[in-house]
Design a protein around this ligand. Structure first.
Ligand SMILES: N=CN[C@@H](CCC(=O)O)C(=O)O
Ligand SMILES: [Zn+2]
Length: 426
C-alpha cells in the first residue's frame, strides 16, 4: 500500500483514549503519549500509526518531517456563541465600575444589546463576521466546534442565526454542531410573560428539526432569566422532539441546573461555577459532561472558578470550551482556556488535553469522529511548535499551532515557522 503521506519524526503524539462514554474522574488522568511517532494518512483518514523507525519502510507519495514537535488531534470547542452582530466594548467600563453581569442584562444591556445588533445585521453580514471568528478558531487548532443561536429571541432572527451556522458548515471543511438557544434571555416585550415566551420558542422546534437547523437545544437557567421548572418543561419538550440537550447551568447562582441536566440526560451542563455538592455528586453518577468555561469567569472578573478538582476527584467528566461570545468571554483562543484550566481550575496537563479532545467531543455528540486519532478515523490533527504536551497550558496568551490539518489536508499554517517575522522595512 502507498500512503498519501506519512508524518514522521513526531516528538510526542497525543493519543487520548476513546470510549463509548466520556472519560470520568481518574480516567481523565490517562493520556497516551507516543514518542518519536509517525502517522500514515490515506483518503483523509488515519491509515497507520507507529514509530518513525517503522515508518521508514512504508511507501508514501509524500513524507512530512514533524521536526520532533508535538502532534495532537484537532481540538474540539464544545461551547461557542459564534454568530452575533456588533460588539460590547462599551460594557468594559460598567464592569470596571463593578456593575454585575446580570444587572447589565436587567438594564437592557448585555445579551439584549447583542440581540439588537444581531436583529439589525443582515444574514450576509453575520456570515462574514462569524467567518472571521471561525477562521481564527481554526488557527488556534480547532477542527470541531459548537455554535449557538440565542441573539435573536424572535423567530426571524433565531432562524437567521441558525441559517448562518448552516452556511458556515457548507463554507468550511470543519465540523460545526448547531445549538438552538432561543431561550437565552427574556426580551423586554415578554418581561413577566416568560412562560409565553418559552411557548413561542417551543413553536420553532418542529421547523428547526425538519430543516436540520440544530442538533441541540439549550437554555440559560439562571436568576432573572429562566427558572428550573421552566427549563425542565422546555427541555423535556425538546428532548421529546429528538434534540440533544445542553444547559447554561449554575453559572452565577446555584439553582440546581446541574442536577436538572443529569436528570434529563443532557449531553452537557455548562458553566457550573456555582454547582452544589449535590450537583457534582449527580454529575459523577451520570454521563452528562461538565463543560467548564474558565475564560468566562476570568473575563467577568470573578474570583470563584468552577470546582473542577472536586468534580474530577469525585468522578465527573469534564470538558473545556471558550464560550466565545461578545460579552462574557471575548476570545477564540482555546489554548488560552487550557492555561486558565491549569492555573485556575488546577487541572493537570493530561486532564486538560482530555478536556479539549475526547470529552469535548462527547459534549457535542461527536465522539465517533472527533477528539482522538485512531486508524480509520478522519485525520484531523495539529502540529504544535512546542517541545512537549505540558508546554501549551504553561506558555499562555500566544498561538502555539504551527499547522492545522483537516481530513489529512493542511487547512491552516503559520506564516513564520520560528517565532515572529518582523517586517523587512524595519
Ligand atoms: N451566560 C449566558 N450566555 C453567555 C453570554 C452571552 C453574552 O453575554 O452575550 C455565556 O455563556 O457566557
Ligand atoms: Zn454560553
Amino acid at each position: 500500500m502507498t500512503y498519501d503521506f506519512i508524518l514522521y519524526n513526531i516528538g510526542q503524539l497525543i493519543l487520548p483514549k476513546s470510549k463509548e462514554r466520556p472519560l470520568k474522574g481518574q480516567e481523565m488522568k490517562e493520556l497516551n503519549i507516543s514518542e518519536n511517532a509517525a502517522i500514515g494518512i490515506s483518503d483523509g483518514k488515519v491509515a497507520w500509526l507507529g514509530s518513525s523507525i517503522d515508518a521508514e519502510s512504508l511507501k508514501a507519495s509524500e513524507r512530512i518531517d514533524a521536526q520532533g514537535k508535538v502532534v495532537s488531534p484537532g481540538l474540539v470547542d464544545p461551547h461557542t456563541h459564534l454568530v452575533f452582530g456588533g460588539s460590547r466594548e462599551h460594557e468594559l467600563s460598567l464592569k470596571q465600575a463593578g456593575v454585575p453581569y446580570l444587572e447589565i442584562l436587567a438594564q437592557g444591556g448585555g445579551i439584549l444589546s447583542t440581540v439588537s445588533a444581531t436583529k439589525n445585521a443582515s444574514e450576509e453580514e453575520l456570515l462574514q463576521k462569524a467567518s472571521f471568528h471561525l477562521e481564527r478558531m481554526i488557527s488556534y487548532g480547532v477542527t470541531t466546534m459548537e455554535a449557538k443561536s440565542g441573539y435573536g429571541l424572535d423567530a426571524e432572527t433565531e432562524l437567521k442565526q441558525l441559517r448562518v451556522v448552516q452556511r458556515l458548515k457548507e463554507k468550511y471543511p470543519v465540523s460545526i454542531i448547531s445549538t438552538f438557544l432561543g431561550a437565552h434571555a427574556i426580551p423586554p416585550e415578554f418581561k413577566g410573560k416568560e412562560a409565553q415566551f418559552l411557548e413561542h420558542m417551543s413553536d420553532l422546534l418542529d421547523e428547526i428539526k425538519e430543516r436540520g437547523l440544530a442538533e441541540f437545544v439549550d437554555i440559560f437557567c439562571e436568576t432573572g432569566v429562566f427558572t428550573i421548572e421552566q427549563s425542565r418543561k422546555y427541555l423535556q419538550l425538546a428532548k421529546d422532539k429528538g434534540f440533544g440537550l445542553k444547559i447554561h447551568a449554575d453559572e452565577i447562582d446555584p439553582l440546581g441546573g446541574t442536577e436538572l441536566a443529569v436528570s434529563l440526560g443532557a449531553a452537557s451542563a455548562d458553566h457550573l461555577v456555582a454547582a452544589s455538592d449535590e450537583g457534582i455528586k449527580r454529575l459523577a453518577e451520570g454521563s452528562t459532561v461538565a463543560v467548564l468555561l474558565p475564560g468566562t469567569t476570568f473575563y467577568l472578573g470573578k474570583d470563584q472558578y468552577a470546582r473542577a478538582r472536586k468534580m474530577i476527584d469525585e468522578g465527573a467528566a469534564v470538558a473545556l470550551a471558550t464560550d466565545f461570545n461578545p460579552g462574557s468571554c471575548v476570545t477564540e483562543n482555546l489554548q488560552m482556556i487550557m492555561s486558565l484550566a491549569a492555573l485556575k481550575l488546577k487541572m493537570s496537563a493530561e486532564e486538560i488535553w482530555n478536556g479539549v479532545t475526547v470529552n469535548a467531543a462527547h459534549a457535542i455528540g461527536k465522539s465517533q469522529e472527533a477528539g482522538t486519532l485512531e486508524i480509520g478515523r478522519r485525520a484531523d490533527f495539529v502540529i504544535w511548535d512546542v517541545p512537549n504536551y505540558q508546554y501549551i497550558p504553561y506558555h499562555y496568551g500566544v498561538n502555539h499551532a504551527q499547522s492545522v490539518f483537516r481530513s489529512g489536508k493542511k487547512l491552516w499554517e503559520r506564516m513564520a515557522y520560528s517565532g515572529v517575522q518582523l517586517s523587512s522595512a524595519w
